[in-house]
Design a protein around this ligand. Structure first.
Ligand code: 7TS
Length: 408
């Protein structure tokens, strides 16, 4: 178990960078995280020493690549508590997982069925369902949020009914930082026989997630938000679903037998992985999981909680700063959105960038939520375990200076 947080920073080459002559302070981790040396090395090692296509050859290199690719799947399955490694489908990322799923579920959805989402979803957990609903003449329904920025559970219960076919919601909001009660929501949805899909993009990197304990039907996340490379992600699905659903992409390695007019599908998980997969991506993701597990997910969670409380208590003391999201910090991740009175979020983010500080400004792919909050954009700080209290102090000081500059 590693607890020397300062030393951990030396594993991330990019953290030595200077931006505008200042040491980089990277607090845009909800967009993507930085990569530690072991992840970078694992990817190089694949290309330097055993690069080959998987499943296709009897030659040694292909055998080695296949073994490591499949070991990566097993590592992911263990990491999220899947029952079997066949329940882990490698995708390009959360967006791709959700789009693929919406295609796979096409045959399950009939006219008049209802698909239940919430107002805190990322666009990638809205548009695929919107398109599916259009195709199938199904109805999209949104669950309201409380004033505090949590899912309104009484509205959720009211909107769940026997016509609800699919319920899809985020585990953690990428804007409000709200951690949603997945198990409770899943149990309620299952009482109506709805299929439960959870977007775990902002959860898996930050605390232990166990898909079996949560009892969700599907769970999607991205490698690049958890130290892994871009272009790799996961769609977890319960075996009963993955066995019965049809694939939505077709081609090499996903077939069993090809005839002129029809074909049969390979076993899981290959059935859902047409074409050459992102082999180096899966290997990089496995290295990221090793890295996270070496620190310990509980350690990461505790450290981030402490750092977040430190940040939050300083932010609430800045006059004219409005925070969006729960003030119940037990239901809060290390993501926080805010606006400083009289300063456009883009101006604020630009001012911080001049001091080497990377935060995000904009609608964060959550236009429906922006509308609900009655704003066009917010500034957003999102932490990870390589951030420090000293960095938080620096950010707070720069926010104060920026506020003074704009009010002068
Ligand atoms: N779902 C959530 C909750 C997200 O935060 C994101 C990305 C996605 C899905 C899509 O993930 P992707 O890896 O497929 O792009 N969120 C953000 C963000 O907050 N800022 O940049 C990307």
């Amino acid at each position: 178990m590693i607890t020397n947080w300062e030393k951990i920073r030396t594993d991330f080459p990019i953290l030595k960078r200077e931006i505008n002559d200042q040491s980089l302070i990277y607090m845009d981790n909800a967009a993507t995280t930085q990569k530690p040396r072991p992840v970078i090395d694992a990817i190089c090692d694949f290309y330097e020493n055993y690069n080959a296509n998987v499943y296709r050859g009897v030659h040694t290199l292909s055998g080695e690549a296949t073994t490591v690719y499949e070991n990566s799947r097993e590592k992911v399955a263990d990491f999220i508590g899947a029952k079997e490694k066949e329940e882990v489908i490698f995708t390009k990322g959360t967006t791709n997982s959700l789009n693929y799923l919406a295609q796979m579920l096409s045959l399950e959805v009939k006219a008049g069925d209802e698909i239940l989402l919430t107002y805190m979803e990322h666009h990638s957990n809205i548009i695929p369902w919107q398109q599916l609903a259009k195709r199938k003449k199904a109805k999209l329904i949104y669950v309201e949020l409380t004033d505090e920025g949590k899912i309104d559970l009484s509205d959720y219960k009211n909107k769940l009914n026997k016509r609800t076919k699919i319920v899809s919601f985020t585990h953690v909001s990428n804007i409000l930082g709200t951690i949603n009660p997945v198990l409770e929501m899943t149990e309620l949805a299952h009482e109506m026989n709805a299929i439960v899909i959870v977007d775990g993009a902002q959860a898996v990197p930050h605390f232990k997630v166990n898909v079996q304990e949560l009892n969700v039907d599907f769970y999607a996340f991205s490698g690049h938000k958890m130290l892994g490379p871009t272009g790799i992600g996961v769609l977890y699905g319960k075996k009963k679903w993955l066995t019965s659903l049809e694939p939505a992409e077709f081609g090499g390695e996903m077939i069993e037998l090809v005839k002129e007019q029809e074909s049969t599908w390979a076993n899981l998980p290959n059935k859902f992985e047409a074409g050459t997969p992102n082999i180096s991506g899966a290997i990089g993701l496995a290295a990221a999981i090793d890295y996270l597990e070496n620190i310990g997910m509980d350690n990461i969670k505790n450290y981030e909680e402490e750092l977040f409380i430190y940040l939050y208590e300083k932010l609430i003391n800045i006059n004219g700063l409005e925070i969006y999201g729960p003030d119940d910090l037990t239901a809060h991740s290390g993501v926080i959105s805010f606006n400083l009175e009289g300063i456009h979020p883009h101006d604020l983010a630009t001012a911080l960038d001049l001091e080497g500080i990377a935060i995000r400004a904009g609608h964060h792919c959550g236009q429906l939520l922006m509308h609900k909050l009655n704003v066009v954009a917010t500034s957003r700080i999102s932490l990870y375990f390589y951030n420090t209290k000293e960095e938080v102090d620096q950010v707070i000081q720069t926010l104060e200076q920026t506020k003074e500059f704009f009010s002068a």
